[in-house]
Design a protein around this ligand. Structure first.
Ligand code: OTU
Length: 638
């Protein structure tokens, strides 16, 4: 649609600045092409707002300023990426997520660790939030008090920029968060709101008494029921209540106010112009609230994301967006948008469904529930991708649907109880050592904390000096990694998992952390321990080399780029998850044994779909396999 008045207006704004239209034709073209969509989406949210028109102008100015501030080198990179098309679907990108301070102390140091990542096969880093955040009220950096100042704990903005430049030279990719849903109560906006400034109180959800909060809470689930029950906090300074869905020190931003949207868009541009390749939008499911709803995944939240996507597309087209929506499978899919141009939302979402299903299969040794969920996961639209992972800094939520469990022939309530007991060490003979996180006695819900290694049994096996179970744990760790590496999408390893860090219980002695057991799986890296990767046969070396081997297989095979080319095989053996991927004239099979015993898979499984192979190359063992008769079997070790 061509909106003549809007285009005239944009032209005027552009010429008022400098002659951008003449100087940066690409930007100008993108701007005009997206302008109507931007206006439409904006109007959906703010036509009624008294400040709607003025804030819209401010938004257009913000977009123009973002382009003006975008360095030439980044514009060049935007071009390269746009020529590659969907650059992020590549099989050559593999990531690691890490806390800068816990990994190596500081941003300066991080710059000296790049060869470690390269050696492992990692060329993409997700730095957990590095912007200013009050020490004991930080939520691991997700309570930001200044979106533009790097916290002294990590270094300076200059240090961050230096790491980014060093990475860029090596062709590596960088991701940081925009914590969109809330700020720290120590953020300047919140401070002013506390002092009674009505303009800034409108940046948050403020209430004079408990009437409306009580209404909201009737239908609002609690995110941290143990550490932060309820979703509102009393503010004594101004004798009002403020919405705090997460911790009481995280104040929810009010996106009904367009000023908030513009301010946060400007922050997104600030990050994009630092040279960030992928921007992780934290907790997007929560950004719109409505009495009588769960206040999650609302239509307006999606409209905001679409609007942000359009704006980023105009002024920083090389920056991809990841929506961190850890919600029900069907709801996750909606964060990709519907595929049409103005409806595009996030380029990436976390494959949280599959992550949880892997843990399900590992506990039960049975892949039926995983299979029952695939029809939903496979609906991902073309041109979008997953972040695939086994562990991250957060808990594991068993967020898939009950009907998926029931389709697998199990009772959902009993099965979930089994999984929670299994991973929190309350199930007889469970090898796993984790803990329940955010248990809610009112709903019976709980999530799971614990490191990859501890949940796979390494901690217990080492405590018991049990060689057999140590071996099994190493295999489980590599199985879990492998399964997330080849499923389609960009794999994201959590730091420490590449060498098998078990749980760290020191958080219990830290008052800023003891209330949150997610810290048990956020290790402080001991580089003396990591040095053991140099010694053949150590646990660290075996996990590191195995992970490295898997990543190198992935990097070599363009068939595993995200072509949406997965076909699941008929489950000839319920312990085995097996699928194939076809691309061009190539076919690759993937088979994973999720149980702790040797299993057999009929060769017929590989012949169901034509053409039937006579021989297969096993990339893991680097050997050829002869495909046998229909009554013969492939033997798969635990
Ligand atoms: C995110 O996760 C972050 O990843 C967490 O580390 C933060 O604590 C949180 O936001 C607040 O900023 O509640 O337990 O349903 O699961 O968005 C993790 C979605 C979280 C939430 C997810 C959130």
């Amino acid at each position: 649609m061509y909106d003549y008045k809007l285009h005239e207006h944009i032209n005027k704004l552009l010429h008022a600045e400098t002659d951008i239209a003449g100087k940066d034709n690409l930007f100008y073209t993108r701007f005009l092409a997206n302008a109507s969509a931007i206006k439409e989406l904006y109007d959906e949210l703010y036509t009624q707002h008294s400040n709607g028109a003025a804030a819209f102008d401010k938004m257009l100015q913000t977009i123009i300023a973002a382009n003006t501030n975008r360095a030439e080198v980044l514009k060049q990179r935007d071009l390269v990426k746009s020529e590659e098309g969907y650059w992020f679907l590549s099989n050559k990108i593999a990531g690691m997520s890490l806390y800068v301070d816990r990994f190596c102390g500081s941003l300066k140091r991080l710059g000296t660790k790049l060869s470690y990542f390269e050696r492992l096969g990692i060329n993409f880093l997700h730095l957990m939030p590095v912007f200013e955040s009050p020490a004991n009220e930080s939520d691991g950096g997700y309570a930001v008090s200044n979106f533009r100042k790097v916290d002294e704990r990590f270094g300076t903005l200059g240090d961050l920029k230096a790491v980014q430049e060093k990475m860029l030279k090596k062709g590596m990719y960088l991701m940081i968060d925009i914590v969109l849903n809330h700020t720290s109560h120590r953020h300047e906006w919140a401070q002013k709101a506390k002092e009674g400034d009505a303009y800034y109180q409108d940046f948050f959800y403020f209430f004079n008494d408990r009437t409306l909060p009580d209404e909201y809470e009737k239908t609002m689930p609690e995110v941290f029921p143990e550490a932060a029950p309820g979703s509102f906090t009393y503010v004594p300074e101004c004798n009002k209540w403020v919405m705090t869905v997460f911790h009481n020190y995280q104040w929810d931003l009010n996106y009904r106010n367009p000023e908030v949207l513009v301010a946060m868009l400007d922050t997104i541009f600030f990050y994009a112009n630092l040279g960030i390749d992928i921007i992780r939008i934290d907790a997007p499911a929560f950004i719109w609230k409505e009495i009588g709803t769960t206040c999650q995944n609302l239509r307006e939240a999606h409209t905001i994301l679409r609007l942000l996507k359009q704006c980023v597309q105009v002024a920083a087209p090389g920056a991809a967006l990841l929506g961190e929506a850890i919600v029900a499978p069907k709801e996750i899919m909606k964060y990709f948008g519907t595929g049409s141009y103005t409806a595009k939302e996030c380029d990436f979402a976390y494959n949280a469904t599959h992550m949880a299903l892997q843990w399900d299969a590992l506990a039960s040794g049975n892949t039926r529930v995983m299979l029952a969920a695939q029809h939903e996961i496979l609906k991902k639209p073309h041109g979008t991708s997953w972040i695939t992972y086994t562990r991250c800094h957060d808990d594991i939520g068993l967020g898939y649907d009950d009907y998926m469990i029931e389709k697998a022939g199990l009772n959902a309530y009993e099965h979930r109880t089994f999984l929670k007991n299994f991973y929190s060490g309350n199930f007889p003979n469970s090898p796993a050592k984790g803990a329940l996180f955010a248990s809610n006695p009112k709903t019976g819900d709980a999530r799971i904390s614990g490191s990859l290694a501890s949940l796979c049994g390494l901690e217990k096996a080492l405590d018991d000096k049990d060689i057999y179970h140590t071996e099994l744990a190493i295999r489980k760790i590599l199985l879990m990694q492998a399964h997330s590496f080849f499923l389609g999408g960009v794999p994201m390893i959590f730091y420490g998992d590449e060498v098998g860090y078990t749980n760290d219980y020191s958080y219990l002695k830290d008052k800023g952390k003891s209330y949150d057991n997610r810290w048990m799986h956020r290790p402080v890296i001991d580089w003396e321990k990591n040095k053991r990767i140099e010694t053949k046969g150590t646990i660290e070396e075996r996990i590191f080399s195995g992970t490295q081997h898997l990543l190198s297989i992935r990097r070599k095979l363009s068939i595993v780029a995200d072509h949406s080319n997965i076909t699941w095989l008929t489950p000839h053996n319920i312990h085995i998850a097996a699928y194939m991927r076809d691309f061009d004239d190539k076919r690759m099979f993937f088979a994973f044994n999720f149980c702790a015993d040797v299993v057999f898979l009929t060769w017929f499984a590989f012949k169901e779909k034509n053409p039937a192979p006579a021989r297969l190359y096993d990339h893991w063992s680097k050997t050829y396999l002869t495909v046998g008769g229909d009554h013969e079997y492939l033997i798969m070790e635990p």
